[in-house]
Design a binder for this molecule. Structure first.
Ligand code: DQQ
Length: 571
């Protein structure tokens, strides 16, 4: 490392000047960007059923879609190293969203308007079932501009070759748009006037905004006088996503659908914090504006898809199963040098089905059903008393590569600790009251990727509190003891879960995959992705436990667990 020049982002932007955006969550090194990796032979952190390429850096999922029965996933990729840089659109297809085949990158720098990088964007299916990609290109002046690309041969369902429009760039940062804050076009939608609309993430000072463009032909785009939406003190909005959800059912809707039984969701990825938040609201067609519902918090403390590591996400409408599917990038929690040593960085989360909860106040997510084709060696436990202080091992599954779904029932909240109204920050509360801090009703939940002596463990658990007139359910993902290794981000994550623990019970499903734990609480009402690097609890040294560290007994009403087969990903 001594010979490598590593800059922090701020310094990097300073040195390289106006217009240069560098991936903000990462240390960037010009040497490392193009360093060929030597793939380490010992790779305990490679996943078994998550999407990842053979090597190198990946980030945002781009342009997911289904075309002629084939799912396509593009993603930000550095072909030359395990750190961000040299970005192209890598391309893979699948018939089931689980097993994947890779092709040559679909879009790489080749024209003036993308010569310094092909950044994030989305696909829109135009009339006649013609996919079109809008993506951000970095031009020779390092300005962010928007480009259009289309498949060369529509009769090839794998869409292996893409051609760029001769009219590129189709949107440029003029008339006061900040050229280094103008990126990540969404899937476009059609308004009642027949015109296409698309939003581009941007900011002016600290005002985050979604700039709206309209087009009749998808080539000539005219900027609307007002943004679709903006919000103070949120900074740059990366990877916005705007889509309709049904208020009546869990089915997904195509992006242009609107009407009385439809609400809209606007999600933005905040560059400043590397967290995403979303609001639920109304898309006012007359004003061409989005208005979040009262109570839908419109800043970084709003609702999140995932309270752990999950960023730059994007949904698409899967017309083959009438569902909306969410893809998200899971960043690493180790050091840049660790990534260079292991030869890769970044994974895509398991695709999630996403819909509006019946309260209308939040979204619900659940791993796509196809992932269940990887289940093997099922384990079923029925109603067991989980006594105060108990620790039960779930044996018979491959604990490093498993899917586990457990439900708890509470018969009374009488003995629950009282909720202190000052405990407004669930993440802080989870880090103060980690898995080893005894309580009354909780902590209880799962210990995953745990070593035999429990020196290493990732704990996902609940604590139930009595609040003034009701109760509060805290859900935590505690990584503080996930690895004996140093120089890792072991932040504890937390959120309050909007379920009635007495009548609905509390459920927790965790997808465990060597170095990733994706957890879904309350049947998908709160999700957490943990990125962990155990040193002892690897492969067959990993164990899975159910625990209750509270002073009250809890009923475990059901537990189902499976070992997971490996997904087939060919490169
Ligand atoms: N990643 C892309 C940008 C986007 C950022 C560059 C979000 O287009 O804003 O790789 O992670």
């Amino acid at each position: 490392m001594a010979f490598t020049v590593v800059w922090f982002i701020g310094l990097c932007s300073l040195l390289l000047g106006y217009g240069v955006h560098v991936e903000a969550s990462h240390l960037v090194s010009l040497h490392l960007q193009s360093q060929q990796n030597t793939t380490a032979t010992h790779q305990p952190y490679r996943t078994g059923y998550h999407f990842q390429p053979a090597k190198n850096w990946i980030n945002d999922p781009n342009g997911p879609m289904i075309y002629k029965g084939i799912y396509h996933l593009f993603y930000q990729y550095n072909p030359y190293g395990a750190v961000w840089g040299n970005i192209v659109w890598a391309h893979a297809t699948s018939t089931d969203l689980v097993n994947w085949v890779h092709y040559e990158p679909a879009i790489k720098p080749s024209i003036e308007s993308d010569i310094n990088g092909c950044w994030s964007g989305s696909t829109t299916i135009l009339s006649g079932n013609k996919p079109a990609v809008l993506y951000t290109g970095i031009d020779p002046q390092n300005r962010q501009v928007q480009n259009l690309a289309s498949p060369k041969n529509l009769s090839d369902p794998y869409l292996r070759e893409w051609i760029k429009s001769t009219q590129n760039p189709v949107m440029t940062p003029i008339d006061g748009i900040n050229a280094s804050s103008f990126r990540d076009p969404t899937t476009a939608w059609k308004g009642p006037d027949g015109q296409w609309r698309v939003i581009i993430g941007s900011k002016i000072d600290r005002l985050g905004k979604a700039i709206l463009y309209r087009s009749k032909d998808f080539i000539h785009w005219v900027r609307a006088h007002h943004p679709l939406h903006s919000s103070k003190n949120t900074g740059m909005w990366e990877c916005p996503d705007f889509f309709p959800v049904s208020v009546k059912s869990t089915v997904g809707l195509d992006t242009s659908v609107n009407g009385p039984s439809v609400k809209h969701v606007l999600k933005v990825s905040l560059d400043d914090t590397k967290h995403e938040y979303y609001t639920i609201g109304t898309y006012d067609l007359k004003k061409d504006k989005y208005v979040p519902d009262n109570g839908s918090i419109d800043n970084g403390s709003g609702l999140r898809y995932d309270y752990g590591k999950f960023y730059a996400s994007k949904t698409f409408f899967d017309s083959s199963k009438n569902r909306r599917i969410l893809w998200g990038w899971i960043n690493e929690s180790d050091s840049v040098q660790d990534d260079v040593n292991k030869g890769w960085s970044g994974i895509q989360a398991i695709p999630r089905n996403i819909w509006l909860d019946k309260t209308g106040k939040q979204l619900v997510q659940w791993p796509i059903e196809e992932i269940e084709m990887l289940h093997e060696k099922p384990i079923d436990w029925h109603s067991t008393e989980l006594k105060a202080g108990s620790l039960l091992e779930v044996s018979g599954v491959t604990a490093s590569q498993a899917d586990v779904d457990v439900s708890f029932n509470l018969s009374t909240l009488e003995k629950a600790e009282s909720m202190d109204p000052s405990w407004a920050n669930p993440q802080l509360l989870c880090s103060e009251k980690g898995a080893s801090v005894k309580g009354s009703l909780g902590p209880f939940g799962l210990l995953v990727l745990a070593s035999k002596g429990l020196e290493e463990q990732t704990a996902i658990f609940f604590r139930v509190f009595k609040a003034e007139k009701s109760y509060a359910v805290l859900m935590c993902s505690d990584q503080s003891r996930s690895s004996l290794g140093q120089d890792l981000d072991k932040t504890t994550y937390g959120a309050f879960l909007d379920v009635d623990p007495l009548h609905e019970g509390l459920s927790l499903r965790s997808l465990i995959d060597h170095s990733i734990v994706e957890s879904f609480g309350g049947k998908g009402k709160a999700c957490f992705t943990a990125r962990v690097y155990p040193e002892v609890a690897i492969n067959d040294k990993a164990h899975l436990y159910v625990f209750n560290n509270g002073s009250e007994n809890v009923k475990l009403s059901k537990l189902s667990a499976w070992s997971m087969k490996k997904a087939q990903i060919s490169y």
